[in-house]
Design a binder for this molecule. Structure first.
Ligand code: WQD
Length: 341
């Protein structure tokens, strides 16, 4: 099967390309390199021994997407390409809605024309907003989002639902990620955002590497055991494997539209994450307590029953794998080669 992966050189996209290639899929990637690096293509080859078919371009550009479908016989699409910084989205709503919505609309239009109607969408736990209950299951209300990033994910889910209603020969899986962190054990691919990271894990790695003076912990007055925010961190390789399972699901049966959480079901506070990083990597992460960050919620972690029942998928890596692999990737970026432990 030929899978088109949009944003396939990005953090989650590249790890998913590795898993797809290792499971025998042919992979086509379209990526405009706005938040990824072309050398990731070579790292994917080093890890898997296989090439991807790469097209540099913007998924919002209809001619580019037409070119991809005219060149390759695409059987299914996994759509990662999107802007994804919560804080940034509050200041740049037009750019976020334009990019995150037009990309999906352009894909659906061209896919329909080429009779390609299997769509895996990179959604997010942010669609749940501030949950009324935890763990969060897929029947929980969506839509009460607190930022344009999360709202664009809700809108995309609605677009795909309406596309299915208009043509029930479509199959759509909405994968709602909790907090992806970590990196491939090779240390070759991982999360390396441009500039100062918005997300906590790359920020911690930069502090540990003395590129930044200290971590700013956004609030310690939440109703949690140590007062800091609790999240369901999931290893990016487990997340990538969930996408292969979603394709298997769509291949073996009629799906319609199905939303599935990808999380571990375990919540860790900011300070617990910091302590795990320090202990497992034998390195200090100095921090200061700051006021809460606008738009943050206190607690968010997944109910994982549906992913197990429907996809036969369970996250296997724990917080220790996540913090060790994150640091190994960071050291790899510094040219420090690690012996396999
Ligand atoms: C995690 C915790 C912060 C930074 C968002 C998106 C989600 C996904 C991941 C893309 C919170 C605290 C953070 C810092 C801190 N996006 N924190 N200091 O906001 O849970 O989720 O990013 O894939 O869809 O919603 O992730 O890593 O920003 O924050 O104290 O410098 O760390 O308050 O409790 P978040 P995050």
């Amino acid at each position: 099967m030929n899978i088109l992966v949009t944003g396939g050189l990005g953090y989650i996209g590249s790890h998913t390309c590795v898993e797809l290639l290792e499971h025998g899929y042919n992979v086509i990637v379209i990526d405009n390199l706005s938040n990824s690096k072309i050398e990731v293509k070579d790292y994917i080859k080093t890890i898997t021994g296989k090439d991807i078919n790469f097209v540099e371009g913007d998924v919002c550009n209809k001619q580019t997407v037409e070119h991809v479908f005219a060149t390759y016989p695409v059987d299914a699409v996994i759509h990662f390409a999107a802007y994804k910084a919560v804080g940034e989205s509050v200041h740049k709503p037009i750019a976020y809605y334009q990019n995150n919505l037009m990309s999906t609309l352009t894909l659906c239009e061209v896919m329909s024309k080429h009779n390609c109607k299997k769509f895996v969408f990179s959604s997010s736990a942010t669609v749940y907003g501030d949950p009324k209950q935890v763990p969060i299951d897929e029947t929980c209300e969506v839509g009460a989002t607190t930022n344009p990033y999360g709202t664009s994910k809700v809108m995309n889910e609605q677009i795909l639902q309406d596309v299915y209603i208009s043509d029930p020969t479509w199959d759509v899986v909405l994968l709602r990620y909790f907090n992806p962190i970590g990196a491939h054990h090779s240390g070759l691919i991982g999360e390396s955002p441009v500039g100062i990271p918005n997300n906590i894990m790359p920020y911690i790695a930069m502090v540990a590497n003395k590129e930044l003076p200290e971590l700013h912990v956004f609030g310690n007055d939440y109703d949690t055991p140590d007062g800091t925010g609790v999240r369901d961190y999931i290893h990016v390789v487990d997340l990538a494997k969930g996408h292969v399972k979603a394709l298997d699901y769509m291949t073996r049966q009629k799906v319609g539209v199905d939303a599935i959480n990808l999380g571990t079901g375990n919540g860790y506070s900011v300070l617990e994450l910091v302590q795990a990083f320090e202990k497992d990597n034998h390195i200090a992460v100095p921090y200061v307590i700051d006021p809460r960050r606008e738009g943050d919620i206190a607690v968010c972690y997944a109910a994982t029953d549906k992913a197990k029942d429907v996809l036969n998928w369970v996250a296997k890596k724990d917080i220790h794998d996540m913090v060790k692999d994150s640091w190994k990737f960071k050291m790899g970026l510094q040219g420090v080669v690690h012996e396999e432990n």
